[in-house]
Write a protein that binds this ligand. Structure first.
Ligand code: SAH
Ligand code: SF4
Length: 362
């Protein structure tokens, strides 16, 4: 057995990219192929315990565990929806902060919804994560580890992660570099090799980052949380709209599509009597006219600190029909796992502000 040093100051192994692992291996005067073995252990086999790296010499295994942590996320609560198709895990970070990640099984898809921050600074009024405020950014490794955790569980069932949506807690474009580094690590051909098209980033609409994302010409899908088609209403729901009003946001969206030729998704949480009228659907259709896009409408998932309710199925259908009448494709999404509070941030908000420090820091 390799002894485990539980020092919290050790870097998390998932925070390193392949080149950095190569660098470490060189520094330790090990042959270069060891970097590849470690990478495959982490990203192909999803090993979570140092002893599993039995293809490495004991001395190297020891060196690894003395210098790096493989596990930083501690699952503190696991909920399964009644249909068994959705699993939500509340993780405790080493500093006691809480984040969530959700696995959704749908036909052959195994989609993970992961977090990019603990809490969120954007303050959208209807969002449980927004209601709890900003705690901190996640590191790229902490974003990656949520995926590895589920990939390991699925592997034991003979299954694999097929899609990843960055729609858990936090605003990915407020933590841009860590988010992209995490995607690059999961996308690496020598490891998990999950294609860029399997990822979807959802943003509240941070305009300069939409531009930056467009300029990088990645194959990753982009979704914009729109929710309102005029500035007054949008600002009342999403405070960031004051900084980046609809005119600027839509200009950036149009530039994104022109530059990448990729279809944009717009997210629209339907709130009874607030943004679900036929008139609003027409306004939205005008806003999106001629744009290569698609609208996902999701009846609002109620949260404690917001009085709004999700629209009825009839109103959702009428909204969709009106959009389609104007040539805008629209899908009604059902919030999956509603019985386990799978809405963004809904589990973490029930936790005390700071959980006791995570003892699982190997
Ligand atoms: N911060 C990013 C991604 C995380 S939120 C963003 O805002 O896009 C993921 C999606 O869930 C967003 O479209 C967000 O508007 C939506 N959302 C948040 N709270 C919700 C709720 N209570 N009901 C329905 N959708 C909600
Ligand atoms: Fe943050 Fe997204 Fe929630 Fe808004 S909807 S508060 S941006 S997580």
């Amino acid at each position: 057995m390799v002894e485990i040093d539980s020092s919290p100051t050790k870097p998390l192994i998932y925070d390193l990219d392949f080149h950095e692992i190569e660098g470490v291996i060189k520094e330790w005067q090990q042959p270069p192929f060891r970097a590849r073995q470690i990478w495959e252990g982490l990203y192909k086999n999803f090993w979570r315990e140092p002893e599993q790296f039995s293809n490495l010499p004991v001395s190297l295994r020891k060196e690894l565990t003395n210098n790096f942590r493989i596990v930083s996320l501690k699952p503190v609560q696991v909920l399964h929806s009644t249909d068994g198709e959705t699993t939500k895990t509340l993780f405790q970070l080493p500093d006691g902060k809480a984040i969530e990640a959700v696995l959704m099984k749908y036909e052959k898809r195994r989609t993970l919804c992961i977090s990019t921050q603990a809490g969120c600074a954007m303050g959208c009024v209807f969002c449980a994560t927004g209601q709890m405020g900003f705690k901190r950014h996640l590191t790229s490794g902490e974003i990656v580890e949520q995926v590895i955790y589920y990939a390991n569980l699925l592997k034991n069932e003979g299954e694999a992660v097929t899609n990843i949506v960055l729609m858990g807690m936090g605003e990915p474009f407020h933590n841009y570099d860590a988010t992209m580094a995490a995607i690059d690590r999961l996308n690496h051909p020598l490891g998990m090799n999950l294609g860029a098209r399997r990822f979807t980033i959802s943003t509240v609409g941070i305009v300069p980052m939409i531009r930056r994302f467009a300029s990088e010409n990645r194959q990753v899908n982009l979704a914009i949380s729109l929710h309102a088609a005029d500035d007054d209403l949008r600002t009342s729901m999403l405070p960031i709209n004051k900084k980046y009003p609809l005119g600027e946001l839509m200009a950036a969206c149009r530039e994104y599509v022109a530059q990448t030729n990729r279809r944009l998704t717009f997210e629209w949480a339907l709130i009874q009597g607030v943004n679900d009228s036929i008139e609003t659907a027409r306004k939205l259709a005008r806003l999106l006219e001629g744009l290569l896009c698609h609208v996902n409408v999701i009846p609002l998932n109620p949260t404690k600190k917001y009085a709004g309710k999700g629209s009825t199925r009839e109103r959702a259908l009428a909204f969709k029909t009106e959009l389609e009448r104007h040539g805008i494709p629209c899908t009604i999404r059902i919030r999956r796992g509603i019985d386990i509070q799978a809405g963004c941030g809904q589990l973490a908000i029930q936790q005390p502000q700071n959980l006791p420090p995570n003892p699982l820091m190997i």
